[in-house]
Design a binder for this molecule. Structure first.
Ligand code: NDP
Length: 447
């Protein structure tokens, strides 16, 4: 996808001002490649330099996180919080704990989050944070001490009306619990709305755990229906086996699809009869083990440690692991095997060239900022329940999630048509998100 010449100066500026941040460049490039038609129709957006302002986060915080491991050794990690844009509400976005985390990755995630949150139509701005800390192999006490040290700096930057973090890779209910405990201890406030993804007995919302994966499955259903078909009877491949992947698999199965493969960073497992979710949950959620263990109880299944999950034939590919996990070579294999749609559960899981290859081949692509927005939307529902001291039933919350996903699908689909790119959800999502954020920014003046 190419950038219109009227926006080339923005692109050049982003690359110069943010050296060594390829993921951030990639995320900006995708948006810049989509928005020329909307700038032509709304000249006030260019006059107010809203895209230039969106490309510069409002605030970037980097801090030291010292902690002591179980052997008594002092460890030092780096913490980040990038507060990208608050035009539509308090900064909102997850925390990622993974050794690959750096400023460029957090900036790309915060940039994406701004558009995603706008797509939900909820009152939330965009932000993201995390650390290069690796929770894998660490004891619960080590994770707790790390989280306490991380929050001892982060607490001064967040709050229910300021910035509301949540989970992401490496940050689940356990980590959110430790982070919340330390926030409460330092501030002496039981401020439920300061973090989302909390345990359901102490302020968390039902469906939040399932929301991102369920939402991606609902988005897939809408896409297929728009193409005159449905999930029923289709074969899916879902990469990853974390929070997003497991619940995407669950909902796809409930909707009548069959997921034949999933993965972790050590390989993938295929089961032609459809993956058994109880086994997967037992391995990943209870035991924090590897997907390779799946074959022990399912002799018909195969574990592959040195290949690509995208070589497994499927009707719909659902990448749910991490950024740039699906390359042009993988896209070629999927296209050769007849894939009809790609639904991004992860953030920016397809490289730019993979996305271009899919679009050229007529494969529908749901970008992460649309397809995985169910997680943050349900976080906003959690904030709503916290503010009103209420808690909703699973059924009601899931119904709200389904409506939100259907609204996002309709907005992306109709906007793509309106701007001359029918069926292109990438263009549709970028334009809808950009317009909503820009209009709020213009109303709020030059800040
Ligand atoms: P989890 O930590 O629960 O799971 C991540 C999964 O991806 C694991 O199976 C992990 O395997 C695999 N993975 C992570 N990094 C890599 C890597 N570098 N190479 C190969 N595999 C990898 O994270 P989530 O499920 O929460 O997040 C997955 C994606 O979804 C991310 O892109 C995240 O930003 C996005 N997302 C998450 C939301 C949420 O609500 N949680 C909301 C919206 C988007 P292993 O265990 O072996 O590392």
């Amino acid at each position: 996808m190419a950038i219109d010449e009227t926006l080339e100066h923005v692109w050049a500026d982003v690359v110069t001002r943010n050296p060594g941040e390829p993921e951030f460049h990639q995320a900006v490039h995708e948006v810049l490649s989509s928005i020329a038609p909307v700038l032509a129709k709304h000249p006030e957006l260019a006059e107010n330099k809203t895209i230039e302002r969106i490309c510069e986060p409002e605030r970037q915080i980097i801090f030291r996180v010292p902690w002591v491991d179980d052997a008594g050794e002092i460890r030092i990690n780096r913490g980040f919080r990038v507060e990208s844009n608050s035009a539509l509400g308090p900064y909102k976005g997850g925390l990622r704990f993974h050794p690959s985390v750096n400023l460029g990755i957090v900036k790309f995630l915060g940039f994406e989050q701004t558009f995603k949150n706008a797509l939900t139509q909820m009152p939330i701005g965009g932000g993201k944070g995390g650390s290069d800390f690796d929770p894998k192999g660490r004891s619960d006490s080590e994770v707790m001490r790390f989280c306490q040290s991380f929050m001892t700096e982060l607490y001064r930057h967040i709050g229910e009306y300021t910035d509301v973090p949540a989970g992401d890779i490496g940050v689940g209910a356990r980590e959110i619990g430790y982070l919340f405990g330390q926030y409460k201890r330092i501030t002496n406030r039981y401020e439920s709305g300061v973090l989302t993804g909390k345990g359901i007995t102490w302020g968390g919302a039902l469906v939040r755990t399932e929301a991102t994966g369920y939402g991606a499955a609902y988005f897939a259903q809408q896409m297929l229906r728009a193409r005159g078909t449905d999930v029923e009877g289709k074969t899916f491949v879902v990469s990853g086996s974390g929070n997003v992947a497991l619940f995407a698999i669950e909902k796809i199965h409930q909707l009548g699809g069959t997921v034949v493969a999933c993965s972790d960073s050590h390989g993938y497992v295929t089961d032609a009869n459809g993956l058994n979710l109880d086994t997967l949950k037992d391995i990943k959620l209870v035991g924090r083990r590897r997907v390779s263990d799946y074959v022990e109880s399912h002799p018909g299944a195969v574990h592959v440690s040195d290949g690509s999950i995208w070589d497994v034939p499927c009707d719909i590919a659902v990448p749910c692991a991490t950024q740039n996990e699906l390359t042009a070579r993988n896209a070629a294999a999927l296209i050769r095997n007849g894939v009809m749609a790609v639904v991004e559960g992860a953030n920016m899981p397809a490289t730019s060239s993979a996305t271009s290859a899919f679009l050229e081949a007529g494969v529908a692509v749901a970008p992460g900022k649309a397809a995985n927005a169910g997680g943050v939307a349900t976080s906003a529902l959690e904030m709503q329940q916290n503010a009103s001291r209420d808690s909703w039933s699973f059924e009601y919350t899931e119904q709200r999630l389904e409506q939100i996903m259907s609204g996002i699908h309709a907005a992306c689909y109709e906007t793509a048509e309106e701007y001359g790119a029918p069926g292109n959800y990438v263009v549709g999502a970028n334009i809808v998100g950009f317009l909503r954020v820009s209009q709020a920014m213009i109303a709020q003046g030059i800040i």
